[in-house]
Ligand binder design. Structure first.
Ligand code: HEM
Length: 497
């Protein structure tokens, strides 16, 4: 190569670096600190890290680079504001919610992903508000009570299947079994569909659900493309969802068709279909596509989050036999008092509640939350003005593990959440279900479901860690934290008293 070519190359590289530096000056020009920036990548490299490492990196951003108050990051050139200050979080998610009604929304152009554009998680502004008000009545306490017997049936299936499996194997993967349970439960409660994942080993449901959350390299790359180069993603019509989405779409389509002909069940699907009918009082109507989208979302959102929570909780209890025995005693007392594990009894089980809340603190399935600024906003008590479109992230994982709020943060200590200790918990430091009006719509359902399954398992068997599986390995993909290689436990059946 001649000198001119080298010179051109060097000038080209220098110009590219100058461009990257200029794009990465968004925060510094506003006086906002940032962790060390990698040219072009910004801070996106963390997404390539394995296991817990992306979250440990976020922890550094939080504790070393200002994230516990606020600091800036870049996903390639896209600026993100990390806000860990509790007062500011309260402003953004609750007090000034009108400025932050949305999450980051993606327009997916591949035909196979189309249904995702209509999901409530991806909706903005008034469209979100209307959808949310239509969907909210599905999760009132009256509805929960009505669904309780269905959830109990599925939990009984879980227990008998797990015990049978344990009788023939030295240890069993409870993450797998909890996944079957949550899939059967949500399908039954929301749609009246019987998946029978326990009876039918080859049931399509758990297979499709599992593949939805599998983080292949192709999937990881597609997520990175979607986040960093949405225009390229859109142009090439890349597909975000695995083909298992099509399976869920088919199931829901068939169920809607059957409902149109048949009797009502008063469940989630009925509510959506009623809202879709031409109703002069409700100006906004839900069309078929929207009903389909919300239904699929429920199957997806209701499966892995709750199954992972149950898997993590059973791991912690197997590891801490004192807590496990304490929980069993509480549950036995409830059965004695109420004759069974009734809805009321389960709601009164304080230690069961505490075990799940502590599990969700240690391993929140959604370890980061996001909001998008919808109109220019002056961050209270600061000089910083956020612009429409800016993304704000809340470091859930780091706050949940901050020793300032949680002494010995890595220890599983359910007693933190017992009523007598609740006053020691700082508001806004425990947010596994998100914050404010855009929090998890199904929190009540998820907790009820998890309590029934965990309660019944603990009453039926002693849980012990299997040799060689004493440490929890996690993966953080598709935005969700989950056990990487399942949760392998030995189940010792307990005789009924
Ligand atoms: C342990 C189980 C679960 C956890 C930890 C969890 C957590 C979350 C979190 C963190 C969010 C975002 C909240 C925010 O941005 O502030 C969310 C949203 C949502 N969740 Fe859950 N979730 C769980 C179970 C469920 C279940 C069982 C369903 C459905 C049956 C569900 C449906 C949804 C929906 C529809 C949204 C979007 C709400 C909106 O955008 O208005 N989740 N969930």
């Amino acid at each position: 190569m001649g000198v001119e070519v080298w010179l051109l190359l060097v000038v080209g590289v220098l110009m590219a670096l100058a461009y990257s530096r200029w794009r990465h000056s968004y925060w510094s020009s506003r006086g906002v600190p940032t962790p060390p920036i990698i040219p072009f990548l910004g801070h996106i490299h963390a997404l390539f890290l394995k296991g817990l490492k992306p979250l440990l990196y976020e922890n550094e951003v939080y504790s070393k680079y200002g994230g516990s108050t606020f600091c800036g990051k870049y996903e390639m050139f896209r600026p993100i504001l990390v806000v860990g200050d509790l007062e500011l979080m309260k402003h953004i998610t609750v007090k000034d919610f009108d400025y932050f009604t949305d999450r980051r929304n993606f327009t997916l152009t591949n035909e196979g992903d189309d249904v995702m554009n209509d999901m409530i998680t991806n909706k903005t502004g008034n469209e979100w508000k209307t959808l949310r008000s239509i969907m909210t009545p599905t999760f009132t306490s009256g509805k929960m009570r009505g669904m309780y017997p269905l959830v109990c049936d599925k939990a009984d299936d879980l227990v008998s299947f797990s015990l049978k499996e344990a009788a023939n194997n030295p240890h069993i993967d409870m993450k797998h079994n909890f996944g079957r349970f949550t899939m059967d439960t949500i399908a039954s409660c929301a749609f009246g569909i019987e998946c029978n994942s326990f009876e039918n080993e080859n049931s399509e449901f758990p297979k499709a659900a599992a593949s939805f959350f599998q983080l292949t390299w192709k999937r990881k790359l597609s997520i990175i493309f979607l986040i960093t180069l949405p225009k390229v993603f859109k142009f090439f019509k890349l597909r975000f969802n695995p083909p298992s989405l099509d399976f869920f779409a088919e199931v829901v389509k068939e169920t809607i068709a059957a409902r149109e002909k048949g009797a009502k069940r008063g469940d989630f699907l009925d509510l959506l279909m009623e809202a879709g009918k031409d109703n002069p009082e409700k100006k906004q109507v839900l069309n078929y596509k929207s009903i389909l989208a919300q239904s699929i979302l429920f199957l997806i959102a209701g499966y892995d989050t709750t199954a992972s929570t149950l898997a993590f909780a059973s791991f912690f209890l197997a590891k801490n036999s004192t807590h496990q025995q304490h929980l069993r005693k509480e549950l036995q007392g409830i059965v004695k008092e109420h004759g069974d594990l009734t809805y009321q009894g389960i709601m009164e089980a304080k230690f069961l509640d505490a075990c799940l809340l502590e599990t969700l603190r240690l391993y929140p399935p959604a370890p980061m939350l996001e909001r998008q600024c919808t109109k220019d906003y002056q961050l209270p008590g600061t000089e910083l003005k956020l612009h429409k479109g800016d993304i704000v992230q809340f470091p859930v994982w780091s706050i949940h593990h901050d020793p300032k709020y949680w002494p010995e943060p890595n220890e599983f200590r359910p007693h933190r959440f017992m009523p007598e200790n609740r006053d020691n918990i700082t508001t806004f430091t425990h947010m596994p279900f998100g914050l404010g009006p855009r929090n998890c719509i199904a929190m009540r359902f998820a907790l009820m479901e998890a309590k029934v399954a965990l309660g019944k398992m603990i009453l039926a068997a002693d849980l012990q860690l299997a040799p060689g599986y004493e440490e929890m390995e996690v993966e953080f993909g598709v935005g969700i934290l989950r056990p990487k290689n399942g949760v392998n436990l030995i189940l010792k059946p307990l005789s009924e008293e």
